[in-house]
Design a protein around this ligand. Structure first.
Ligand code: AMP
Length: 403
């Protein structure tokens, strides 16, 4: 069974074709700058064939046409006919309080995703465009499923997801914590239990997804009980360009001083803050590391803040869990930036975290494994995330249940 996994953004469309018999990726690619002049289409097969072309794509349907052509291409293709694709799985960022699990797509599901656009204006609208364009091209005979970034967090208790503001805003506007990166937290926490050879039900795990966007989740017995992202992915701790949590008065204070509209302040908090805002160098942690090595004090400050805030969240979630068996690092920074992992583990050493420095240095660039010492009471793992595989697995399960 082959499943096409789609991640549609407002101006991009990422895809992977996965052979589910072996759970192997056959090819992946990206359509960039959809609807903007200067479009770029890239396609790579598992056996190393690469297509890279400049092509304007006026909308998502045009992008899907590129994907379809590449999949079938004599030189770069991986299938002979579209009939080989059994189903399509779409990533959806916001499932709100409506979707607690993955679902097969029908018109009601599309409308429900659309109804959640106010909670994820940048994402859900694009997902709907992606789903509709996909249906246009593949027809409705190919089943489609939607897998939500939020659904892993649906098990949070109200004390974790409610904000301390008048209750009526929850009732009127559904303002609450929803979290994000749930598919990643779900994958790495389950994989961690596998690597430990234990039933997820018996484990308390803190998962750290540290990338350009970052979140930390407390997983108790395989279920999320708390997570750092909130109503939107702005909440939590320092990210590439996002501020994470701050005193809400900072927002109104700066808006007044700088005469900013809500939209402009939103841009400041989402696009100009975090590593970029504090360091003044870059949102990319590699650039900040390079600047720090050259003696840039603000680059050092930004990274000190990042490590300090990650440690505080992990420590807080250990308390929320009432103990901790393992900590997992994943995503770009979590999988590669060994200095941050070492600093976080050092700050948590008094709680029983013992890192093996050599294993830590070795576990980079897609490697998976334990980086704690054999006698560490709390185990530490690096696990490359694989959200596409989770989407494909859920899609396969839904399609098989339908048959
Ligand atoms: P992501 O959003 O998961 O792609 O992660 C992006 C972040 O991970 C950026 O801050 C990068 O600096 C960092 N990152 C990605 N790859 C590497 C790498 N090979 N070495 C060091 N940092 C990396």
């Amino acid at each position: 069974m082959k499943i096409l996994v789609i991640n549609a953004g407002s101006s991009s469309l990422k895809y992977q074709l996965i052979d589910m018999d072996k759970e192997e990726m056959l090819c992946k690619g990206n359509c960039e700058r959809i609807g903007i002049p200067g479009g770029i289409f890239t396609h790579k097969t598992a056996d190393g064939r690469e297509l890279d072309k400049k092509v304007n794509m006026i909308d998502h349907t045009a992008a899907f046409t590129q994907v379809k052509d590449a999949l079938l291409d004599a030189e770069y293709g991986v299938i002979k006919s579209l009939d080989e694709i059994t189903a399509i799985g779409h990533r959806v960022v916001q499932g709100g309080a409506i979707f607690h699990k993955s679902e097969l797509v029908d018109e009601r599901v599309i409308q429900d995703i659309e109804s959640l656009i106010p909670l994820a204006p940048l994402h859900n609208g694009a997902h709907v465009q992606g789903i509709r364009a996909c249906r246009e091209l593949f027809g409705d005979k190919v089943p489609e499923a939607v897998v939500f970034d939020t659904s892993f967090h649906a098990t949070m208790p109200p004390k974790a997801y409610m904000y301390n503001i008048p209750y009526e805003y929850y009732e009127k506007y559904a303002v609450r914590r929803y979290g994000a990166h749930g598919t990643s937290h779900r994958y790495v926490s389950a994989r961690c239990a596998e690597l430990m050879g234990q039933d997820p039900k018996d484990l308390k795990i803190v998962t750290c997804h540290l990338g350009n966007g970052s979140s930390i989740t407390a997983v108790d017995g395989g279920k999320c009980i708390d997570t750092s992202m909130g109503l939107t992915p702005l909440d939590g701790f320092m990210m590439g360009t996002r501020s994470g949590t701050l005193d809400p008065s900072v927002v109104t204070f700066v808006m007044e001083k700088e005469h900013l509209t809500p939209g402009e302040m939103d841009q400041v908090l989402n696009k100009k803050s975090g590593l970029l805002g504090v360091s003044g160098v870059s949102s990319d942690d590699r650039d900040v590391t390079a600047a720090r090595k050259q003696g840039n004090e603000r680059a050092k400050l930004a990274q000190d803040i990042l490590e300090y805030q990650i440690s505080k969240f992990v420590g807080g979630y250990m308390v929320a869990l009432g103990g901790c068996d393992a900590i997992v690092f994943t995503a770009g920074i979590g999988e590669n930036q060994t200095a941050h992992r070492a600093a976080v583990c050092q700050q948590l050493a008094f709680m029983g975290v013992k890192m093996d420095p050599q294993k830590n240095e070795e576990m980079v660039r897609g490697k998976e494994g334990e980086i704690s010492t054999p006698d560490s009471p709390i185990k530490v793992f690096v696990i490359p995330t694989n959200e596409e595989l989770v989407i494909a697995r859920d899609t396969k399960a839904l399609v098989e249940a339908m048959r």
